[in-house]
Design a protein around this ligand. Structure first.
Ligand SMILES: Nc1ncnc2c1ncn2[C@@H]1O[C@H](COP(=O)(O)OP(=O)(O)OP(=O)(O)O)[C@@H](O)[C@H]1O
Length: 291
C-alpha cells in the first residue's frame, strides 16, 4: 500500500513525536510512506494537485482544517485517512478515529473504507460543516496565539466575545428552493460540532445530503438556550431552531462582507452557494465504525 502523509506542523501546536510514531507504525504494517510537511495555508492542496501519483491513500495529520485542504487536493478514487492532531478534531469524533498514533495507523492500513459525501461551498469542498452568523464570527474572532498555547480555550473566549452581537444580522437562506430567514445558520454534513458535542441527530456524513440548522429567533437569551442545548445534544429540540435536510442551499445577507467558516477555518464571505458533491470520497475508518 502506497501512502502519502500530509503533516501540518502548526495544527494543535505541533505533534512531531506523534507523527514519527504514526509513520513508524505505517511502515511496520508494510506501507510505503511518502511524508510531506505543509508550509502554510493551502499548501497541502497545492502539493497534492502537483503530485503525479498520490498513492492508494492520502492521510491528513492535523486538524479539520488540514483535512479540508487535503480533501480539496485529493485525486479521484484515492482514499482519505486522518490522524487527528488538531485542536477540535470534529471529523475524528464523527468517525470514531483513535487518538493513539499506532491505532490510527492500523485504521489506515487495516481498517475499512466508507463512502463519505462532502459538500461544496462556492465550489470548494468541505467535509464537516460550514456556518454563517455567530458561528463564523467565532471562527473569525479566534486569537491564534491563544489557540496555539491553550487550544480550545481560544474558542471559548471567542464565543464569549461574540455573544452580544448575535441577532444584529439577518440572513436569507434558500433551502432546496424554499426561502427562510434566520440570525445564524450551520450547514452540517456530520453530527458533531466543536469536538464531541452533538449538533444534529439528523445528520449523516455518509448520506448525499446536508443538514441545515437555522437559528430563527434573535436575542442573547435564545443563543444561550441554544448553547446549553448543544452541551446536552438537544439542539434540534429548541423552539426557534429549524433543522432541514437539503441538497442545495443558498445564503445571502443585505449587509456586505459577512464571513463564512468551513471546517473550522475562515472561508470567504457571503453570498454562499452550498451543494452536495457528486463524488463521494472513500475514507478509512475503524472496523467498528457504524454509520
Ligand atoms: N506550516 C504551516 N504553518 C502555519 N499554518 C499552517 C501550516 N500548514 C497549514 N497551516 C494552516 O493551519 C490551519 C489550522 O490547521 P488545522 O485546522 O488542521 O488545525 P487546528 O486548527 O489545530 O485543528 P482543528 O481545526 O481540528 O481545531 C489550516 O487551516 C492550514 O491552512
Amino acid at each position: 500500500m502506497k501512502i502519502t502523509v500530509i503533516y501540518n506542523p502548526a495544527a494543535g501546536g505541533g505533534r512531531e513525536a506523534l507523527l514519527c510514531r504514526f509513520v513508524a507504525e505505517l511502515e511496520q504494517l508494510g506501507a510505503r510512506v511518502r511524508l510531506y510537511h505543509t508550509t502554510g495555508p493551502n499548501d497541502a492542496t497545492r502539493y497534492l494537485n502537483e503530485l503525479e501519483d498520490q498513492g492508494d491513500c492520502v492521510v491528513a495529520v492535523g486538524g479539520d482544517g488540514t483535512t479540508n485542504e487535503v480533501l480539496n487536493g485529493l485525486a479521484p478514487g484515492v482514499a482519505l485517512g486522518v490522524f487527528a492532531t488538531g485542536t477540535a478534531n470534529v471529523l475524528a469524533r464523527e468517525l470514531g478515529l483513535p487518538k493513539k498514533p499506532e491505532a490510527a495507523a492500523r485504521v489506515v492500513v487495516c481498517g475499512k473504507s466508507v463512502s463519505v459525501t462532502p459538500a461544496r461551498l462556492n465550489g470548494r469542498r468541505f467535509i464537516m460543516m460550514c456556518g454563517i452568523g455567530y458561528d463564523a464570527w467565532v471562527v473569525d474572532g479566534v486569537n491564534l496565539g491563544i489557540k496555539e498555547r491553550f487550544g480550545k480555550l481560544a474558542y471559548v473566549l471567542a464565543m464569549l466575545g461574540q455573544i452580544r452581537r448575535y441577532g444584529e444580522r439577518q440572513y436569507r437562506v434558500t433551502v432546496d428552493g424554499r426561502p427562510l430567514d434566520c440570525f445564524s445558520a450551520i450547514v452540517t454534513n456530520g453530527r458533531h460540532y466543536g469536538g464531541s458535542f452533538v449538533l444534529s441527530r439528523e445528520a449523516n456524513i455518509l448520506r448525499p445530503q446536508v443538514q441545515v440548522l437555522l437559528f430563527q429567533k434573535p436575542g442573547v437569551r435564545f443563543l444561550l438556550r441554544c448553547l446549553s442545548a448543544l452541551l446536552l445534544g438537544r439542539m434540534e429540540r429548541v423552539d426557534g431552531v429549524a433543522s432541514l435536510r437539503a441538497e442545495k442551499v443558498h445564503i445571502q445577507c443585505e449587509q456586505a462582507a459577512e464571513p463564512v467558516q468551513a471546517d473550522g477555518d475562515p472561508a470567504g464571505h457571503l453570498p454562499a452557494e452550498i451543494v452536495v458533491d457528486d463524488a463521494p470520497v472513500p475514507m478509512r475508518v475503524p472496523e467498528t465504525f457504524l454509520p
